[in-house]
Design a protein. Structure first.
Length: 501
């Protein structure tokens, strides 16, 4: 359990009455290139600690970096997809700071000359469109990973010792930074969530990253400030680091709004700092005082030549972009026959891509939507994870629906199949076999259960004999109960009517 101090919070409605929120989001996207940003070491998740390193990514004297061309290509495609201008000439810089996960004591990044800038992306929240302006998307390298051992929180405070794995040092990153998002008001938490969700959807469509938040492929930093209602100014901001799910982005914004407001209303002032998000308790705690750009002593990287993508190459890459998100949603809604409300709810749940993949795997649109926004949404809420992080694939969902269509299971039994797949019991077919969930259609077994139901409910049987066929529902229910929900309800009805009508 995370050890943390609970701070005073203002009720959310009171926050909105007194203050205007300003949002800013910084999203780090880990690219899926074969090698690292400035060397030939493998860029892959996991592996034996410190096995995927070399003199360059360890920052050893005399090692010379070389820019990964595929990473530059991915950066340009991300910038174009976000409606950014692409720099004709840009260069890398050294961001200097000391920390154990930085073997060189500086991070190779871009400072005043990003490869992409001045873009935008529209996001929809409950039927309203919010334009998120993109200030910049720049290239940089990831840091190593610190593991703090011996404490109760997994953080450095209270730990006995720390271990450092440099496999991740040098992994190519694109950092996408928004300008302040103003005017969202009560929808600010939902706008933040929707932006990160749509950005992930775009990144996956581009094919430049797996964008798995649970594996750190996509990480969001949430900046927030409050200003007095109607003042038109920007307040002092805090930055909540490395928020790792859509749900947590929304919760972090809401929490910080309530925390800031409580401090300001009591006459206090906001400290410009980084904050840590605690998934288990749903709060943030203080990290360190936020450094300004001058504190990092940026200067141009002398070991790397400038990047100058030709206009011809940029236009060639523009031709590889996926469909515009707004146009894509309109097309999918028309293809699937969803109402505006159904589409809005699908997008709002972060299920658009999952539903699309499930349909591509063979399920009907309404069936795919039903499972992701029903059974699986319920499970994600219970587990406190995003839909995309549930241990089930769109192909699994499509197969479960196929089992329903084939009358191997019914909807009630299908929920047990979902339960088994989510529990790691195997594929849908394996779960059906292991749990013995197949629907019984054999007339012998069904006939015996029907006879028992008729004998136990003679008054209902008489009604059916008198022509009140609707009364058969009670006998069908009795048969289903006897057979633990595994009877073929349609065949049961036929047998009841054959015997009584």
């Amino acid at each position: 359990m995370t050890t943390s101090t609970t701070e005073a919070l203002m009720p959310f409605d009171d926050v909105l009455a007194a203050y205007d929120p300003a949002l800013g989001l910084e999203v780090h996207v880990e690219l899926n290139t074969a090698s690292k940003m400035f060397c030939g070491c493998p860029a892959e998740f996991g592996g034996e600690p410190n096995a995927g390193v070399c003199p360059t990514c360890l920052g050893l004297p005399g090692a010379m970096p070389v820019v990964n061309g595929k990473a530059v290509e991915s950066a340009i495609r991300i910038g174009l997809a976000l409606n950014c201008d692409i720099a004709e000439w840009c260069r890398f810089a050294r961001k200097n700071y000391f920390y154990p996960d930085m073997p060189k004591n500086f991070q190779t990044s871009q400072y005043d000359e990003p490869i992409a800038f001045d873009g935008w992306m529209d996001v929809d929240v409950e039927g309203e469109t919010y334009r998120v302006e993109i200030e910049r998307a720049h290239m940089e390298e990831d840091t190593g990973k610190s593991l703090h051992v011996g404490g109760s929180t997994g953080r450095i405070h209270g730990a006995d010792h720390s271990l450092v794995d440099y496999n991740r040092a040098g992994i190519p990153l694109i950092e996408i930074v928004t300008r302040p998002i103003l005017g969202a008001g009560e929808k600010a938490p939902e706008v933040a969530k929707a932006y990160v969700a749509q950005l992930r959807e775009l990144i996956v469509a581009l094919g430049v990253s797996e964008a798995r938040m649970d594996q750190g492929n996509l990480r969001a930093d949430v900046n927030l400030s409050l200003s007095p209602k109607g003042s038109g100014t920007l307040g002092t901001r805090t930055e909540t680091k490395n928020v790792n799910s859509f749900r947590s982005v929304e919760r972090a914004v809401r929490y910080e709004m309530q925390r800031h407001a409580a401090i300001l209303t009591s006459g206090g002032s906001i400290l410009q700092e980084t904050r840590h998000w605690h998934e288990d308790t749903g709060i943030t705690t203080s990290g360190r005082v936020k450094s300004d750009a001058e504190d990092y002593r940026y200067f141009p990287e002398p070991d790397l030549v400038p990047v100058a993508p030709s206009r011809e190459w940029v236009e060639e890459l523009r031709g590889t972009l996926p469909e515009n998100p707004t146009a894509r949603r309109a097309r999918l809604q028309a293809e699937w026959g969803f109402s505006d409300l159904e589409m809005r709810d699908t997008v709002g749940a972060g299920a658009l891509g999952l539903v699309e993949e499930t349909i591509a795997a063979g399920a009907a649109p309404q069936a795919a939507r039903k499972w992701w926004l029903g059974e699986l949404a319920r499970r994600s809420n219970e587990d406190g994870v995003d839909l995309v992080d549930l241990p089930i694939t769109p192909a699994d969902v499509a197969r479960i629906q196929a089992l329903v269509d084939e009358k191997v299971v019914n909807d009630k039994l299908a929920r047990q199949v979902f339960e088994g797949v989510l529990a790691g019991e195997g594929t849908p077919d394996e779960v059906v076999e292991k749990r013995g969930l197949a629907v019984v259609s054999d007339d012998g077994a069904l006939g015996a259960a029907v006879d028992n139901a008729i004998a136990a409910n003679p008054d209902v049987a008489d009604k059916i004999r008198d022509g009140k066929v609707a009364a058969a529902g009670a006998l069908i229910g009795a048969v289903m109960k006897e057979m633990r929900g595994q009877a073929d309800a349609g065949r049961v009805r036929e047998l009841i009517l054959e015997k009584l009508a």
